[in-house]
Design a protein around this ligand. Structure first.
Ligand SMILES: Nc1ncnc2c1ncn2[C@@H]1O[C@H](COP(=O)(O)OP(=O)(O)OP(=O)(O)O)[C@@H](O)[C@H]1O
Length: 364
């Protein structure tokens, strides 16, 4: 089980396509780190560099204090689980799981013990003599995970392991991975996903990649409650955080912003006298907007569309063409809100203020 350190790691393909640069990241033993970011931002590339499947163009990768840039994948003590499972179709579950150990010339009894141990953790004991084609997608992915467990690697790498599964199997397999991590608290895992819920529920820390670098690293709740910049604010959370332009009219321990188009908000983000008059973007999550009848409000508009999900209702407000609609998420079923004019406000602790794209929480 291992600690990893990436220092100024960079990747350029073919000498000219720069995909990642200045990646600095410390991963402690026992962490489950999730890489998220927009399509093409380099999540898989970074994972593959850790695995040794992709050459590191610049910088240093250390595993347990040892530089491994030039160490071949098979000697890094790493196991990778792919989206496509990559099982051998002509081998049974037992044979698939034994394969790497046979190659490593382990004894029969060692192999049997390791396979039974993994099969037990993954509840695959009843399927050991089946071929992959006789398994469901979720079971196949469990075999793929089992194949890595038997090798007792220092680091587990998961590249979108659930994205081939349908919605309900995804949920079930996500819970299994969470349980798996519980049974192996000392194992270090890195997990790439597009799925917000997977990132929020599985990660000990999330790494948000964007613009060739790291936009923020933090626990899921840190990223949700204290996004460092507008990119992370809008990337984490669904529907995305509302961003409204405005001007700072009150500075101090709290910041007061007059919003373009009327409305005013108070934020617990601190600001300085020098910030008075500065143009900012205010961020409020849909779930933090509350309907109000009070004289003071942050936003006022007419509800254009409602999405009533029973448990919650999403209100989409009318917006000029080309501008994003303000979205508000309210508890319960509200079929009657469409067409209604409504004011919204938000608690100061839930209001983010971004000056030149960076949160005031991190500037003052
Ligand atoms: N062998 C290659 N040669 C040139 N460019 C490549 C190569 N492999 C990947 N890229 C480019 O590197 C960038 C990052 O790709 P990568 O697959 O790491 O992104 P990703 O964040 O995992 O994307 P996705 O979420 O869509 O899977 C992309 O722009 C991709 O086109």
């Amino acid at each position: 089980m291992a600690n990893l350190r990436l220092s100024n790691v960079a990747k350029t393909y073919g000498g000219k396509v720069e995909v990642l640069k200045n990646i600095n990241l410390d991963i402690q033993q026992g962490e489950l780190i999730v890489f998220v970011g927009p399509s093409g931002c380099g999540k898989s590339t970074l994972l593959r560099m850790v695995a040794g499947l992709e050459k590191i163009t610049d910088g240093v990768l250390e595993i347990d204090g040892m530089v491994v840039n030039d160490v071949p994948p098979s000697q890094r003590g790493i196991a990778m689980v792919f989206q496509s499972y990559a099982l051998y179709p002509h081998m049974t579950v037992r044979e698939n799981m034994s394969f790497a150990l046979k190659l490593a010339k382990k004894s029969r009894s060692e192999i049997d013990q390791a396979v039974m141990h993994a099969a037990k953790i993954l509840q695959l004991e009843d399927y050991l003599d089946r071929l992959p084609k006789a398994l469901s997608g979720g079971q196949r992915q469990r075999v793929a995970i089992g194949r890595s467990i038997v090798r007792d690697p220092k680091v587990y790498l998961f590249d979108e392991p659930l994205s081939n599964l349908d919605a309900s199997l995804r949920v079930a397999t996500r819970l299994e991975i969470a349980q798996l991590k519980e049974t192996m608290p000392d194992s270090t895992m890195i997990y790439v996903t597009h799925d917000q819920v997977e990132a929020m529920t599985l990660a000990s820390r999330i790494v948000v990649l964007a613009n060739k670098g790291i936009a923020q690293v933090g626990t899921p709740i840190e990223l949700y409650e204290r996004p460092e910049n507008e990119f992370v604010a809008q990337f984490i959370g669904s529907p995305a955080m509302n961003l409204r332009a405005g001007v700072i009219v009150g500075a101090g321990k709290q910041t007061v912003v007059d919003l373009d188009g009327g409305g005013q908000v108070v934020s617990d983000a601190p600001s300085r006298e020098a910030d008075l008059g500065a143009k900012v973007n205010v961020g409020i999550r849909p779930e933090d907007f509350q309907p109000t009848d009070a004289d003071s409000y942050a936003y006022q508009g007419r509800v254009a569309i409602t999405e009533d999900l029973g448990e919650v209702t999403l209100l989409y407000f009318e917006a000029p063409i080309g501008e994003p609609a303000v979205i508000c998420k309210i508890q319960g079923s509200h079929p009657d809100m469409r067409g209604k004019s409504q004011k919204l406000m938000a608690d100061p602790s839930k209001v983010q203020v971004f000056l030149e794209g960076r949160s005031l929480h991190y500037q003052n």
